[in-house]
Design a binder for this molecule. Structure first.
Ligand code: FAD
Length: 402
Protein backbone atom coordinates (compact mmCIF):
# COMPACT_ATOMS: atom_id res chain seq x y z
CA UNK A 1 0.00 0.00 0.00
CA UNK A 2 1.31 3.47 -0.85
CA UNK A 3 2.37 5.71 2.02
CA UNK A 4 -0.18 8.35 2.99
CA UNK A 5 0.70 12.04 2.76
CA UNK A 6 0.97 12.16 6.56
CA UNK A 7 3.51 9.28 6.58
CA UNK A 8 5.59 10.98 3.90
CA UNK A 9 5.54 14.25 5.85
CA UNK A 10 6.56 12.45 9.03
CA UNK A 11 9.46 10.73 7.27
CA UNK A 12 10.56 14.09 5.85
CA UNK A 13 10.49 15.45 9.39
CA UNK A 14 12.53 12.44 10.57
CA UNK A 15 15.24 13.30 8.05
CA UNK A 16 15.15 16.97 9.11
CA UNK A 17 15.41 16.02 12.82
CA UNK A 18 18.28 13.55 12.21
CA UNK A 19 20.21 16.16 10.20
CA UNK A 20 19.68 18.84 12.84
CA UNK A 21 20.79 16.53 15.67
CA UNK A 22 23.88 15.45 13.69
CA UNK A 23 24.82 19.10 13.15
CA UNK A 24 24.11 20.34 16.69
CA UNK A 25 24.49 17.57 19.28
CA UNK A 26 28.08 17.54 20.60
CA UNK A 27 29.65 14.07 20.19
CA UNK A 28 31.30 14.42 23.60
CA UNK A 29 27.85 14.20 25.26
CA UNK A 30 26.77 10.97 23.57
CA UNK A 31 25.08 8.67 26.10
CA UNK A 32 25.57 11.22 28.91
CA UNK A 33 21.85 11.74 29.59
CA UNK A 34 22.42 11.83 33.35
CA UNK A 35 23.92 15.32 32.82
CA UNK A 36 20.39 16.56 32.09
CA UNK A 37 19.71 16.65 35.82
CA UNK A 38 22.42 19.27 36.45
CA UNK A 39 21.37 22.72 37.63
CA UNK A 40 21.30 25.49 35.00
CA UNK A 41 24.34 27.18 36.52
CA UNK A 42 26.37 23.93 36.60
CA UNK A 43 26.15 23.43 32.82
CA UNK A 44 29.41 24.39 31.12
CA UNK A 45 31.23 23.72 27.84
CA UNK A 46 29.48 21.38 25.40
CA UNK A 47 26.51 20.88 27.74
CA UNK A 48 25.93 24.63 27.92
CA UNK A 49 26.17 24.86 24.12
CA UNK A 50 23.71 21.96 23.70
CA UNK A 51 21.22 23.55 26.10
CA UNK A 52 21.48 26.82 24.20
CA UNK A 53 21.16 25.17 20.78
CA UNK A 54 18.15 22.97 21.52
CA UNK A 55 16.56 25.74 23.62
CA UNK A 56 16.78 28.22 20.74
CA UNK A 57 15.30 25.62 18.38
CA UNK A 58 12.43 25.01 20.82
CA UNK A 59 12.95 21.24 20.64
CA UNK A 60 13.51 20.76 24.39
CA UNK A 61 9.79 21.59 24.62
CA UNK A 62 8.81 20.10 21.26
CA UNK A 63 5.02 20.37 21.51
CA UNK A 64 4.88 23.80 23.19
CA UNK A 65 3.45 26.63 21.07
CA UNK A 66 5.87 28.18 18.58
CA UNK A 67 4.60 31.68 19.44
CA UNK A 68 6.48 31.48 22.77
CA UNK A 69 9.54 29.83 21.24
CA UNK A 70 8.43 26.20 21.67
CA UNK A 71 8.89 23.58 18.94
CA UNK A 72 5.26 23.75 17.76
CA UNK A 73 5.49 20.06 16.76
CA UNK A 74 2.64 17.58 16.66
CA UNK A 75 2.79 14.70 19.20
CA UNK A 76 3.75 12.38 16.31
CA UNK A 77 6.62 14.64 15.27
CA UNK A 78 7.74 14.92 18.90
CA UNK A 79 7.81 11.11 19.11
CA UNK A 80 9.94 10.95 15.95
CA UNK A 81 12.27 13.60 17.38
CA UNK A 82 12.64 11.51 20.55
CA UNK A 83 13.41 8.41 18.47
CA UNK A 84 16.07 10.23 16.47
CA UNK A 85 17.61 11.68 19.64
CA UNK A 86 17.81 8.20 21.18
CA UNK A 87 19.36 6.82 17.98
CA UNK A 88 22.07 9.48 18.13
CA UNK A 89 22.71 8.95 21.88
CA UNK A 90 21.37 12.48 22.41
CA UNK A 91 19.11 13.64 25.25
CA UNK A 92 16.85 16.50 26.15
CA UNK A 93 18.96 18.62 28.54
CA UNK A 94 15.90 20.37 30.01
CA UNK A 95 13.71 17.31 30.59
CA UNK A 96 14.03 17.24 34.39
CA UNK A 97 13.71 20.98 35.01
CA UNK A 98 10.66 22.04 37.02
CA UNK A 99 10.09 24.89 34.55
CA UNK A 100 9.59 22.41 31.73
CA UNK A 101 7.86 19.60 33.63
CA UNK A 102 5.52 21.52 35.93
CA UNK A 103 5.52 25.32 36.01
CA UNK A 104 5.44 25.97 32.25
CA UNK A 105 2.53 23.59 31.58
CA UNK A 106 0.60 25.11 34.51
CA UNK A 107 1.23 28.64 33.23
CA UNK A 108 -0.08 27.49 29.84
CA UNK A 109 -3.23 26.21 31.60
CA UNK A 110 -3.90 29.13 33.93
CA UNK A 111 -1.60 32.05 33.05
CA UNK A 112 -2.62 35.40 31.62
CA UNK A 113 -1.19 36.29 28.21
CA UNK A 114 1.28 38.63 29.95
CA UNK A 115 2.43 35.79 32.26
CA UNK A 116 2.90 33.48 29.28
CA UNK A 117 4.92 36.13 27.44
CA UNK A 118 7.07 36.78 30.51
CA UNK A 119 7.75 33.25 31.71
CA UNK A 120 7.43 30.72 28.88
CA UNK A 121 10.26 31.92 26.56
CA UNK A 122 13.01 31.79 29.25
CA UNK A 123 11.81 28.33 30.35
CA UNK A 124 11.85 27.12 26.75
CA UNK A 125 15.37 28.49 26.22
CA UNK A 126 16.56 26.90 29.49
CA UNK A 127 17.69 30.28 30.80
CA UNK A 128 15.94 30.08 34.17
CA UNK A 129 15.51 27.60 36.96
CA UNK A 130 12.25 27.18 38.86
CA UNK A 131 11.43 25.55 42.16
CA UNK A 132 8.10 24.56 43.67
CA UNK A 133 7.20 25.84 47.15
CA UNK A 134 4.39 23.62 48.39
CA UNK A 135 5.47 21.52 51.40
CA UNK A 136 5.80 23.07 54.84
CA UNK A 137 6.93 21.61 58.17
CA UNK A 138 3.28 20.88 59.02
CA UNK A 139 1.86 20.45 55.54
CA UNK A 140 3.10 17.52 53.43
CA UNK A 141 0.46 14.99 52.40
CA UNK A 142 -2.10 17.24 54.06
CA UNK A 143 -0.94 20.11 51.88
CA UNK A 144 -4.08 22.19 52.34
CA UNK A 145 -2.97 22.87 55.94
CA UNK A 146 -0.24 25.20 54.65
CA UNK A 147 0.26 28.38 56.68
CA UNK A 148 2.61 30.57 54.62
CA UNK A 149 0.58 33.72 54.18
CA UNK A 150 0.42 36.43 51.55
CA UNK A 151 -1.11 39.75 52.56
CA UNK A 152 -2.47 42.26 50.09
CA UNK A 153 -0.39 45.45 50.52
CA UNK A 154 -2.17 47.53 47.90
CA UNK A 155 0.02 47.24 44.84
CA UNK A 156 1.88 44.06 45.87
CA UNK A 157 1.80 40.94 48.09
CA UNK A 158 3.84 40.56 51.28
CA UNK A 159 4.67 36.92 52.02
CA UNK A 160 5.76 35.34 55.31
CA UNK A 161 6.25 31.70 56.22
CA UNK A 162 8.41 28.63 55.74
CA UNK A 163 8.55 26.01 53.03
CA UNK A 164 10.56 22.80 53.21
CA UNK A 165 11.97 20.10 50.88
CA UNK A 166 12.06 22.81 48.18
CA UNK A 167 14.10 21.03 45.50
CA UNK A 168 16.83 23.19 43.97
CA UNK A 169 15.64 26.34 45.78
CA UNK A 170 19.24 27.42 46.36
CA UNK A 171 19.81 27.61 42.58
CA UNK A 172 16.40 28.86 41.52
CA UNK A 173 15.44 32.16 39.93
CA UNK A 174 11.69 31.71 40.48
CA UNK A 175 9.35 29.80 42.76
CA UNK A 176 5.81 28.59 42.08
CA UNK A 177 4.44 28.93 45.60
CA UNK A 178 1.20 28.06 47.37
CA UNK A 179 0.23 30.66 49.98
CA UNK A 180 -2.76 31.29 52.22
CA UNK A 181 -4.63 34.44 51.25
CA UNK A 182 -7.79 33.93 53.31
CA UNK A 183 -7.54 32.54 56.84
CA UNK A 184 -11.30 32.69 57.43
CA UNK A 185 -12.23 30.40 54.53
CA UNK A 186 -12.28 26.57 54.62
CA UNK A 187 -8.70 25.41 54.28
CA UNK A 188 -8.88 24.42 50.59
CA UNK A 189 -10.64 27.69 49.70
CA UNK A 190 -8.19 30.26 51.10
CA UNK A 191 -5.13 29.30 49.05
CA UNK A 192 -3.56 31.16 46.11
CA UNK A 193 -0.70 30.40 43.72
CA UNK A 194 2.05 33.02 43.43
CA UNK A 195 4.98 33.28 41.01
CA UNK A 196 7.74 34.61 43.26
CA UNK A 197 11.11 36.05 42.24
CA UNK A 198 13.75 34.23 44.33
CA UNK A 199 16.33 37.01 43.94
CA UNK A 200 15.22 39.25 46.80
CA UNK A 201 16.36 39.85 50.39
CA UNK A 202 13.14 38.44 51.91
CA UNK A 203 13.99 34.91 50.78
CA UNK A 204 16.57 32.71 52.47
CA UNK A 205 17.32 29.16 51.40
CA UNK A 206 19.07 26.72 53.73
CA UNK A 207 20.17 23.52 51.96
CA UNK A 208 19.37 20.32 53.86
CA UNK A 209 22.48 18.11 53.94
CA UNK A 210 21.73 14.43 53.34
CA UNK A 211 23.70 11.53 54.75
CA UNK A 212 25.54 11.10 51.44
CA UNK A 213 26.63 14.75 51.47
CA UNK A 214 24.39 16.11 48.72
CA UNK A 215 21.80 18.84 49.38
CA UNK A 216 19.17 18.47 46.68
CA UNK A 217 16.60 20.49 48.58
CA UNK A 218 16.22 23.33 51.06
CA UNK A 219 14.28 24.86 53.85
CA UNK A 220 13.02 28.11 52.35
CA UNK A 221 12.22 31.05 54.62
CA UNK A 222 10.06 33.93 53.40
CA UNK A 223 10.29 37.04 55.59
CA UNK A 224 8.40 40.01 54.20
CA UNK A 225 9.16 38.71 50.70
CA UNK A 226 7.20 40.51 48.00
CA UNK A 227 5.53 39.75 44.70
CA UNK A 228 3.67 42.14 42.40
CA UNK A 229 -0.11 41.90 42.27
CA UNK A 230 -0.01 40.35 38.80
CA UNK A 231 2.14 37.46 40.08
CA UNK A 232 -1.04 35.59 40.98
CA UNK A 233 -1.44 32.49 38.78
CA UNK A 234 -5.15 31.82 38.36
CA UNK A 235 -7.71 33.53 40.54
CA UNK A 236 -7.39 34.71 44.12
CA UNK A 237 -8.22 31.92 46.60
CA UNK A 238 -8.51 29.35 43.80
CA UNK A 239 -4.87 28.30 44.15
CA UNK A 240 -5.83 24.78 45.29
CA UNK A 241 -7.17 24.03 41.82
CA UNK A 242 -4.08 25.50 40.14
CA UNK A 243 -1.80 23.67 42.58
CA UNK A 244 -3.49 20.33 41.91
CA UNK A 245 -3.02 20.80 38.18
CA UNK A 246 0.71 21.39 38.70
CA UNK A 247 0.89 18.14 40.68
CA UNK A 248 -0.80 16.28 37.84
CA UNK A 249 1.85 17.65 35.48
CA UNK A 250 4.54 16.62 37.98
CA UNK A 251 3.15 13.08 38.22
CA UNK A 252 2.83 12.85 34.44
CA UNK A 253 6.55 13.72 34.20
CA UNK A 254 7.33 10.89 36.63
CA UNK A 255 5.68 8.14 34.60
CA UNK A 256 8.79 7.43 32.55
CA UNK A 257 7.27 9.09 29.46
CA UNK A 258 10.14 11.55 29.05
CA UNK A 259 12.70 8.76 28.68
CA UNK A 260 15.66 8.42 30.94
CA UNK A 261 19.24 9.50 31.10
CA UNK A 262 21.57 6.59 30.58
CA UNK A 263 20.84 3.66 28.31
CA UNK A 264 19.82 0.70 30.50
CA UNK A 265 20.65 -2.85 29.32
CA UNK A 266 17.96 -5.56 29.69
CA UNK A 267 18.10 -6.83 33.26
CA UNK A 268 17.93 -10.45 32.01
CA UNK A 269 21.30 -9.96 30.26
CA UNK A 270 22.81 -8.42 33.38
CA UNK A 271 21.47 -11.30 35.50
CA UNK A 272 22.92 -13.95 33.19
CA UNK A 273 26.33 -12.24 33.28
CA UNK A 274 26.43 -12.09 37.11
CA UNK A 275 24.49 -15.19 38.19
CA UNK A 276 25.31 -17.56 35.30
CA UNK A 277 23.17 -19.80 33.05
CA UNK A 278 22.03 -23.43 33.17
CA UNK A 279 22.71 -26.00 30.43
CA UNK A 280 19.77 -24.63 28.39
CA UNK A 281 21.17 -21.09 28.50
CA UNK A 282 18.54 -19.91 30.99
CA UNK A 283 19.26 -17.91 34.11
CA UNK A 284 20.58 -20.49 36.58
CA UNK A 285 18.61 -19.35 39.66
CA UNK A 286 15.00 -20.46 39.05
CA UNK A 287 13.47 -18.35 41.82
CA UNK A 288 15.23 -15.22 40.60
CA UNK A 289 14.23 -16.13 37.03
CA UNK A 290 10.54 -16.17 38.00
CA UNK A 291 10.73 -12.83 39.84
CA UNK A 292 12.72 -11.27 37.01
CA UNK A 293 10.16 -12.47 34.45
CA UNK A 294 7.35 -10.95 36.54
CA UNK A 295 9.24 -7.63 36.78
CA UNK A 296 9.94 -7.54 33.04
CA UNK A 297 6.26 -8.21 32.31
CA UNK A 298 5.25 -5.40 34.70
CA UNK A 299 7.70 -3.05 32.99
CA UNK A 300 6.32 -4.00 29.56
CA UNK A 301 2.73 -3.54 30.72
CA UNK A 302 3.60 -0.15 32.23
CA UNK A 303 5.25 0.94 28.95
CA UNK A 304 2.25 -0.19 26.86
CA UNK A 305 -0.27 1.45 29.22
CA UNK A 306 1.73 4.67 29.12
CA UNK A 307 1.79 4.59 25.30
CA UNK A 308 -1.99 3.98 25.25
CA UNK A 309 -2.63 6.83 27.71
CA UNK A 310 -0.52 9.17 25.58
CA UNK A 311 -2.30 8.13 22.39
CA UNK A 312 -5.70 8.59 24.04
CA UNK A 313 -4.69 12.03 25.33
CA UNK A 314 -4.10 13.04 21.67
CA UNK A 315 -1.71 15.82 22.65
CA UNK A 316 -4.03 17.24 25.33
CA UNK A 317 -2.17 19.26 27.96
CA UNK A 318 -4.32 17.93 30.81
CA UNK A 319 -2.78 14.78 32.32
CA UNK A 320 -5.78 14.19 34.62
CA UNK A 321 -6.05 11.72 37.48
CA UNK A 322 -4.64 8.86 35.37
CA UNK A 323 -1.23 10.40 36.11
CA UNK A 324 -1.60 9.00 39.67
CA UNK A 325 -1.96 5.43 38.31
CA UNK A 326 1.02 5.83 36.02
CA UNK A 327 3.17 7.52 38.67
CA UNK A 328 2.59 4.60 41.05
CA UNK A 329 3.27 1.97 38.42
CA UNK A 330 6.43 3.79 37.23
CA UNK A 331 7.58 3.91 40.86
CA UNK A 332 6.91 0.19 41.37
CA UNK A 333 8.75 -0.76 38.19
CA UNK A 334 11.77 1.45 38.95
CA UNK A 335 12.07 0.42 42.60
CA UNK A 336 11.67 -3.29 41.82
CA UNK A 337 14.33 -3.04 39.11
CA UNK A 338 16.71 -1.45 41.62
CA UNK A 339 16.04 -4.14 44.24
CA UNK A 340 16.55 -6.94 41.71
CA UNK A 341 19.70 -5.31 40.33
CA UNK A 342 21.29 -5.15 43.75
CA UNK A 343 20.40 -8.79 44.40
CA UNK A 344 21.87 -9.80 41.05
CA UNK A 345 25.11 -7.92 41.70
CA UNK A 346 25.60 -9.77 45.02
CA UNK A 347 28.47 -8.29 47.02
CA UNK A 348 29.26 -6.07 44.04
CA UNK A 349 25.93 -4.42 44.81
CA UNK A 350 27.30 -2.90 48.01
CA UNK A 351 29.68 -0.43 46.39
CA UNK A 352 29.50 3.30 47.01
CA UNK A 353 32.82 4.27 45.48
CA UNK A 354 36.25 2.86 44.66
CA UNK A 355 37.99 0.89 41.94
CA UNK A 356 36.59 -2.46 43.10
CA UNK A 357 33.24 -1.49 41.57
CA UNK A 358 32.20 -0.66 38.01
CA UNK A 359 30.45 2.62 37.17
CA UNK A 360 27.23 0.68 36.55
CA UNK A 361 27.42 -1.00 39.95
CA UNK A 362 28.00 2.30 41.76
CA UNK A 363 25.25 4.08 39.81
CA UNK A 364 22.82 1.25 40.56
CA UNK A 365 23.50 1.45 44.30
CA UNK A 366 23.05 5.22 44.25
CA UNK A 367 19.95 4.88 42.08
CA UNK A 368 18.52 2.34 44.53
CA UNK A 369 18.97 4.80 47.41
CA UNK A 370 17.77 7.82 45.42
CA UNK A 371 14.80 5.85 44.06
CA UNK A 372 13.33 5.51 47.55
CA UNK A 373 12.19 9.12 47.20
CA UNK A 374 10.03 8.27 44.17
CA UNK A 375 7.26 6.97 46.40
CA UNK A 376 7.33 10.21 48.43
CA UNK A 377 7.78 13.22 46.14
CA UNK A 378 4.98 14.49 43.98
CA UNK A 379 2.63 13.07 46.63
CA UNK A 380 3.37 9.69 48.26
CA UNK A 381 2.18 6.37 46.81
CA UNK A 382 -0.48 6.16 49.53
CA UNK A 383 -1.79 9.58 48.55
CA UNK A 384 -1.92 8.50 44.88
CA UNK A 385 -3.92 5.45 45.98
CA UNK A 386 -6.34 7.76 47.80
CA UNK A 387 -6.73 9.86 44.63
CA UNK A 388 -7.30 6.75 42.52
CA UNK A 389 -9.92 5.44 44.94
CA UNK A 390 -11.71 8.79 45.23
CA UNK A 391 -11.42 10.38 41.80
CA UNK A 392 -11.19 7.38 39.46
CA UNK A 393 -13.02 4.57 41.26
CA UNK A 394 -15.56 6.91 42.91
CA UNK A 395 -15.13 5.34 46.36
CA UNK A 396 -16.17 7.35 49.43
CA UNK A 397 -13.92 10.21 50.50
CA UNK A 398 -12.30 9.32 53.80
CA UNK A 399 -9.13 11.45 53.57
CA UNK A 400 -7.89 15.01 53.33
CA UNK A 401 -5.71 14.30 50.28
CA UNK A 402 -5.84 16.01 46.90
C1 FAD B 1 13.30 14.00 46.90
C2 FAD B 1 12.16 14.88 47.33
C3 FAD B 1 11.95 16.08 46.70
C4 FAD B 1 10.91 16.92 47.09
N1 FAD B 1 10.76 18.13 46.46
C5 FAD B 1 9.80 18.98 46.86
C6 FAD B 1 9.68 20.27 46.25
O1 FAD B 1 10.44 20.64 45.35
N2 FAD B 1 8.71 21.11 46.70
C7 FAD B 1 7.85 20.75 47.70
O2 FAD B 1 6.98 21.55 48.03
N3 FAD B 1 7.93 19.52 48.29
C8 FAD B 1 8.89 18.64 47.89
N4 FAD B 1 9.01 17.41 48.51
C9 FAD B 1 8.11 17.08 49.62
C10 FAD B 1 7.06 16.02 49.30
O3 FAD B 1 6.05 16.56 48.49
C11 FAD B 1 6.53 15.52 50.64
O4 FAD B 1 7.60 14.87 51.31
C12 FAD B 1 5.37 14.56 50.47
O5 FAD B 1 4.23 15.25 49.99
C13 FAD B 1 5.02 13.85 51.79
O6 FAD B 1 4.86 14.77 52.81
P1 FAD B 1 5.62 14.57 54.21
O7 FAD B 1 7.07 14.36 53.92
O8 FAD B 1 5.24 15.70 55.09
O9 FAD B 1 5.08 13.18 54.80
P2 FAD B 1 3.72 12.98 55.57
O10 FAD B 1 2.61 13.71 54.90
O11 FAD B 1 3.93 13.24 57.02
O12 FAD B 1 3.47 11.42 55.34
C14 FAD B 1 4.13 10.42 56.13
C15 FAD B 1 3.59 9.06 55.73
O13 FAD B 1 2.18 8.98 56.01
C16 FAD B 1 1.45 8.62 54.84
N5 FAD B 1 0.17 9.36 54.82
C17 FAD B 1 -0.02 10.68 55.09
N6 FAD B 1 -1.31 11.02 54.92
C18 FAD B 1 -1.95 9.88 54.50
C19 FAD B 1 -3.31 9.60 54.14
N7 FAD B 1 -4.26 10.55 54.16
N8 FAD B 1 -3.60 8.35 53.73
C20 FAD B 1 -2.64 7.37 53.69
N9 FAD B 1 -1.34 7.58 54.03
C21 FAD B 1 -1.00 8.83 54.42
C22 FAD B 1 2.33 9.05 53.67
O14 FAD B 1 2.06 8.26 52.52
C23 FAD B 1 3.73 8.76 54.23
O15 FAD B 1 4.04 7.40 54.06
C24 FAD B 1 10.03 16.53 48.13
C25 FAD B 1 10.23 15.30 48.77
C26 FAD B 1 11.29 14.48 48.39
C27 FAD B 1 11.47 13.16 49.11
Amino acid sequence: MADSGADIELEAFRAEAAAWIAANFPASLKGQGALASLEVTAATGDLKAWRKGIGAKGWATPTWPAEYGGGGLSPQQARVLGQEMAKAGAFNPLMFGMGVTMIGPTIMDYGTEAQKQQHLPPIIRGDVQWCVGYSEPNAGSDLASLQTKAVDAGDHWVINGQKTWTSGAQYSDWCGCLVRTDFSAKKHDGISFLLIDMHQPGIETRPIALIAGASPFCETFLTDATAPKDALLGQLNVGWTVGKRLLQHERASQTGASGGGRVIPPLSDVAKAYVGVDDKGRLADTDLRARLARHMMDAKVHGLTLARAMAEAKGSNNPGNAASVLKNSATNVAQTRSELSLEIFGHQGLGWQGEAFTTDEIETVRGWLGGKAMSIYGGSSEIQNNIISKRILGLPDTTQSS
